[in-house]
Write a protein that binds this ligand. Structure first.
Ligand code: SF4
Length: 198
């Protein structure tokens, strides 16, 4: 694996007019960050007045899973898919089964988009699943990897809570072949109380 040490620019953010703060506009939390602060998801940081994707190229796991585990039942059934996911999440579900990586900071391995594509091809996987925690907060890495994967005929799958703003979603969607959007509840109150959503 090739180490990715350089800070990677985040794609969706803006300066807050008349202040030293910046605002991440990737997901509906729209975190406003002073110098040095990280967003709710722990994947973006204001460093020197710029927003960086500190989770770029860092995966908590890299495994080839049955596609039914994503769980997708009617999308290339019987195949396996290379699966990866970052530390962090923009929700705080008390029932999260992957809390050690979504709410805590677990050890990661460094990968590049090319590493991901090579691994998927070597394993004979149908594609790459961005999963385990919340892949939309891994936006910059998912976008680069999904483009590289699609270019060689691999499929891209998102297993997500669906929390993303419209503009970045539109940029990513052309490279995504399937999604499992994990709705926690149809009750807005549940989102506010139990998962600290919007
Ligand atoms: S992606 Fe992270 S830093 Fe950006 S708005 Fe969402 S929770 Fe905040």
């Amino acid at each position: 694996m090739i180490a990715t040490k350089k800070l990677h620019d985040a794609l969706y953010w803006k300066k807050v007019t008349g202040t030293e703060k910046i605002q991440c506009v990737l997901c509906p939390f729209n975190c406003i960050l002073v110098e040095g602060k990280v967003g709710i998801c722990h994947g973006k940081q204001n460093t020197g007045g710029k927003l960086y994707a500190t989770n770029y190229g860092k995966t908590t796991a890299l495994a080839c899973d049955p596609i039914e585990k994503k769980p997708l039942y009617n999308f290339y059934p019987g195949t396996r898919i290379l699966s990866a996911g970052p530390n962090g999440c923009n929700l705080r579900c008390h029932f999260c089964q992957n809390w050690q990586i979504s709410q805590e900071t677990a050890r990661t391995i460094n990968v590049t988009p090319d590493d991901m594509v090579s691994s998927a091809l070597r394993e004979g996987a149908v594609g790459i699943a961005y999963t385990y925690t919340e892949p939309l907060i891994w936006f910059e890495f998912v976008l680069d990897t999904a483009k590289a994967a699609k270019a060689v005929g691999l499929k891209n799958v998102l297993v997500t809570n669906g929390l993303i703003n419209e503009e970045p979603l539109k940029e990513l969607l052309p490279f995504i072949d399937a999604m499992n959007i994990d709705i926690k509840s149809m009750d807005d109150g549940f989102y506010k109380k139990s998962v600290r959503g919007l």
